[in-house]
Design a protein around this ligand. Sequence first.
Ligand SMILES: Cc1cc2nc3c(=O)[nH]c(=O)nc-3n(C[C@H](O)[C@H](O)[C@H](O)COP(=O)(O)OP(=O)(O)OC[C@H]3O[C@@H](n4cnc5c(N)ncnc54)[C@H](O)[C@@H]3O)c2cc1C
Length: 291
Amino acid sequence: MRIADLIPTRKPFLSLEFFPPKDRDTWPKFFEEVEKLKALDPLFVSVTYGAGGGTQANTLDIVTRMKNDLGLEPMAHLTCVGASSDALNGFLKAITEAGIQNVLALRGDPPKNVENFSFEGQEFKHASDLVKFIRRGYPDMGIGVAGIPTMHPESASLADDLKWLKHKVDAGGQFVVTQLFFENELYLTYVQRLREMGVNVPILPGIMPILSMKSAEFIAGLNGREVFGGFYEKLEAAFAKGGDEAVRELGLAHATSQVQGLLDAGVPGVHLYTLNRAEACLSIMNNIIIR
Ligand SMILES: Cc1cc2nc3c(=O)[nH]c(=O)nc-3n(C[C@H](O)[C@H](O)[C@H](O)COP(=O)(O)OP(=O)(O)OC[C@H]3O[C@@H](n4cnc5c(N)ncnc54)[C@H](O)[C@@H]3O)c2cc1C
């Protein structure tokens, strides 16, 4: 079923994001983690593509197994950077044949292995081009798009970024999943600004628990430290006192309080970046009170 049609059926809901492990030998363990998280009855699950070198084939195999073997409603992430319409058609055809009805339409980051990569002359320059392409060729496909509450690093201003997000939604994006953030106020202000601009689709807050200092450093490297607000200093202080165990404890407590705060603020649901770690996600959700 299309996620846009599922969202109104349950409030609040939980959705879960996974990444395909590169090494197929570890897939049995990966699917065990997914199976454990079924206990949380997610409205949908999403599977990333490309980031960190994953392949489209892995994303396709995993969403297919999630749908057919586990009875979950999966969404495949799809990036269009450097892709041809033939290649994108191949993937969209394959997921359609596998019964997958949802795609997160993304531009993706410029490839690191191509020197002086330029979007000029590319068939697809923005995620909105992919949204339009899917809408034209696969009118029944559910389409989500990405939003970044701290704004995309390539944007000149948040206002500019919001304008282009609205453009993606107007082109056919049915809901937005946000990049991770660590201060709920940032998300709530973001949603308010989009509502004032007439963006009325669901905007799902993305929450990631920080489970180690290495993971915090990785995220800061990708998105800049400003994505953490003041939380980074707290993580550093915890690490100095009690190492990664203290970081994990703080990370889980923070994610739990964020999820609780968002649900109390009346969000439609929460999108949890699982990091493929069932135990951490279960510990967060088992401490949530639905009022
Ligand atoms: C929830 C989520 C999931 C993600 N999953 C993955 C994944 O699985 N794999 C992966 O590789 N990456 C993933 N990413 C990262 C994403 O690919 C990068 O952030 C990428 O740099 C931008 O993708 P986008 O879809 O937001 O691009 P766009 O919407 O195209 O935006 C990119 C930049 O261009 C601007 N822009 C957009 N449209 C226009 C226009 N028409 N004219 C001028 N400027 C425009 C925007 O303001 C922004 O600055 C994910 C991000 C999020 C938030």
